[in-house]
Ligand binder design. Structure first.
Ligand SMILES: C[S@@+](CC[C@H](N)C(=O)[O-])C[C@H]1O[C@@H](n2cnc3c(N)ncnc32)[C@H](O)[C@@H]1O
Length: 253
């Protein structure tokens, strides 16, 4: 081979090597190894413990859930002193519902609140949700007696409202939430059933006030209610301190 041929060959080979090594350097760097994630043990939603006389031995965020008030308690729900103890007229006015609002009274019982709310929503309705069929029978009979057509008795289950998604403008829970045996599931169900911007009105006897003559498991503190609702994705809006014995807490979706 002539010297010129040798030179061309050498240049060609080194050029090729240079090209390939440069291309290799241009290749994107391999992705960094995935960070090591240590599995966090999931906090159980519920814990079990010794049941208090009126509790069920099941705890949610540290609060023992109370036993459900059975339908023989309808007489107590309909007691005359309620206006003086709970000021329901004032509470209902403070809901400030538009005439066409659809509101669920969750844990409606005999419908003490539902029937008093119905005139506020002549173009809407009150869905009176309960898990006890006896309460629903009472609600249906009472609606007939009063000729009220915009209170709709509705059977839910212990962990599901059984209402369509985004169908409610508001939800009201009076002296009921503390006895839900599956509050986490009920909160999720409520969240789904509310329209965006929907409100929850939570009325519970004030546990901070020893003068409120109600058994401890049937009362709640504002801090506890906020803990449970905020963990479920609700936004605390206010606690209107205007009722004799109860908190009047407002949460938004
Ligand atoms: C103490 S009563 C209050 C009734 C009514 N809110 C009032 O203030 O007159 C509570 C009601 O909640 C109902 N309840 C309990 N768990 C429920 C649930 N998961 N869903 C709907 N209602 C429930 C009970 O059946 C009972 O009728």
């Amino acid at each position: 081979m002539r010297p010129l041929g040798v030179l061309v060959l050498v240049l060609g080979v080194t050029g090729g090597i240079f090209y390939w090594t440069t291309r290799a350097a241009e290749k994107p760097a391999p992705p960094p190894p995935a960070p090591q994630v240590t599995e966090q043990p999931k906090q159980p939603a519920y814990t079990e413990g010794t049941a208090s006389p009126d509790g069920i031995g099941k705890f949610f965020h540290g609060r023992e859930i109370s036993q459900v008030m059975g339908h023989p308690g309808i007489g107590w729900l309909e007691r005359d002193e309620r206006e003086q103890e709970e000021a329901p007229t004032r509470a209902i006015k403070a809901l400030e519902l538009p005439k066409d609002a659809v509101i669920a009274d969750i844990g409606a019982g005999s419908g003490y609140y539902a029937f008093r709310i119905s005139p506020q929503v002549p173009d809407g309705k009150v869905i009176a949700v309960d898990i006890q069929p006896e309460m629903l029978t009472f609600l249906k009979d009472r609606a007939k007696q009063l000729s009220i057509t915009n209170v709709e008795p509705h059977l839910g289950t212990i962990d599901d409202l059984k209402l369509p998604d985004a169908s409610l403008d508001a939800a009201l829970l009076v002296d009921a939430y503390h006895e839900f045996s599956h509050p986490a599931e009920m909160l999720a169900s409520m969240h789904r059933a509310l329209k965006p911007g929907g409100r929850v009105f939570l009325l519970e006897f004030r546990a901070e006030d020893p003068r409120v003559p109600i058994k401890p498991l049937h009362k709640m503190t504002e801090a506890q209610a906020r803990l449970e609702f905020e963990a479920a994705g609700f936004r605390f809006i206010s606690n209107r301190r205007q009722l004799p014995w109860q908190h009047f807490m407002v949460f938004g979706k």
